[in-house]
Structure formats: C-alpha cells, structure tokens
Design a protein around this ligand. Structure first.
Ligand SMILES: [Zn+2]
Length: 120
C-alpha cells in the first residue's frame, strides 16, 4: 500500500540566497548559539559552583555551533510568509516568514499534518 500524500502545486516568490548571505546567516546563527551556551555556562558556574556544568557546557557550545552553522548553510532559499491550503483538511497552513528550504516543512494547525514544500 502506497502512503503517498496528496500533492498540491503552488507558486511562491522565494528569495535565493547567494554564498555570502548563506555564510553570514550560518555565522550569525552559530555565534548566537555558541554565545548563549557559553554565557549560560559562565553564569551557571557563578551561581552553582559545580565543575561539571562548566566542563559539559563549554564542549557542548563548540559542538552545537558548527552543527547549527551547517544546518543554516544548507538553506538556499527563504520563503515569504504565506498561507497554503492543507492537502489533508484544506485549512490554511501559515508558512512563517524566513523559513528556509528546500524542503521547507510546516505543520497544519487543524490536523497536525506535516506540509512539505519542495522546489520545482
Ligand atoms: Zn490540515
């Protein structure tokens, strides 16, 4: 039995990112994640003098940062905010502004079906 979902063809005006924009976006996201985790590590070390927090959060920051950068680097387009009909229940699914693709995924608020958008 084939579990293929119904397909719908829509036209969206996506914004293609060039290499510099993709690099800048990846660096910003990586820097934010690493900065927040390092800040949490330092603040928690002040309030909770347990060395394990310090020892675990700092390597975690330097592992999470490149992973976030790689995931951000893979996004080649940014989608505009739009509403698309859900292929299952036909309610509107709101695609948030700046969602990266491809594939871009959003969930229907009515039936919780995942809507996947692919470039053509
Ligand atoms: Zn739905």
């Amino acid at each position: 039995m084939e579990r293929r979902r119904p397909e719908l063809v829509s036209t969206l005006a996506v914004r293609h990112l060039n290499v510099l924009e993709r690099l800048w976006r990846a660096a910003k996201r990586s820097g934010v994640v690493m900065g927040v985790v390092l800040l949490l590590g330092n603040v928690s070390l002040v309030f909770f003098p347990i060395p394990h927090i310090h020892l675990c959060l700092f390597p975690l920051a330097f592992v999470l940062g490149p992973i976030i950068a790689f995931v951000s680097w893979r996004d080649r387009v940014l989608l505009p905010q739009t509403d698309l009909p859900c292929p299952r229940c036909n309610e509107n699914v709101t695609i948030p502004e700046g969602l990266g693709g491809w594939p871009a995924r959003a969930n229907c608020n009515a039936c919780a079906a995942m809507v996947e958008l692919n470039g053509a």
